[in-house]
Design a protein around this ligand. Structure first.
Ligand SMILES: [Zn+2]
Length: 153
């Protein structure tokens, strides 16, 4: 198990009710999306929601597969839905899962996937939503893989 820097971590924990109404709203949407998780193999449900620059919200859940490597995480599911409907500018992403002792951070693959579309505020919580880990994607993935600057035209 990886060690965590507890002091650094604790500085990033906020009560949900102290966060912006917009953020509280997408947190609730991510909690709801988690209920749709398809996770018969791990039993681990994850929900996500992404807030687009135009205010639209897309949700996602993890979708497992009998061929384990084929499954998709909740964050990439939400982003894919948004991108497939023409959105490429994002302001915030929420991830919700339940582990008693930990907040469930986006995996490395999702961090890279999301970083393709720029930095966003990141909120990680548990289904009860009392406390929220607040960070940014850039902070979670500095120096991401990148080959050149692309435009989205
Ligand atoms: Zn992931």
């Amino acid at each position: 198990m990886l060690a965590r820097n507890d002091n650094l971590f604790k500085k990033k924990i906020y009560k949900l009710k102290t966060l912006d109404d917009n953020i509280q709203n997408i947190v609730r949407e991510a909690v709801e999306a988690r209920e749709h998780a398809y996770s018969p193999y791990s039993g681990f449900k994850v929900g996500a929601a992404v807030l687009c620059a135009d205010g639209k919200i897309y949700t996602g859940c993890n979708i497992e597969n009998n061929s384990f490597g084929v499954g998709i995480c909740a964050e990439r599911c939400a982003y894919s839905k948004a991108i497939s409907e023409g959105r490429k500018n994002f302001k915030a992403v929420v991830v919700v899962a339940y582990q008693e002792k930990y907040f469930t951070m986006p995996c490395g693959a999702c961090r890279q996937f999301m970083s393709e579309f720029g930095n966003v505020n990141l909120y990680v919580t548990k289904p009860g939503c009392e406390e929220v880990f607040v960070s940014t994607l850039e902070e979670m993935l500095p120096f991401q893989f990148q080959t050149s600057n692309h435009s989205f035209d």
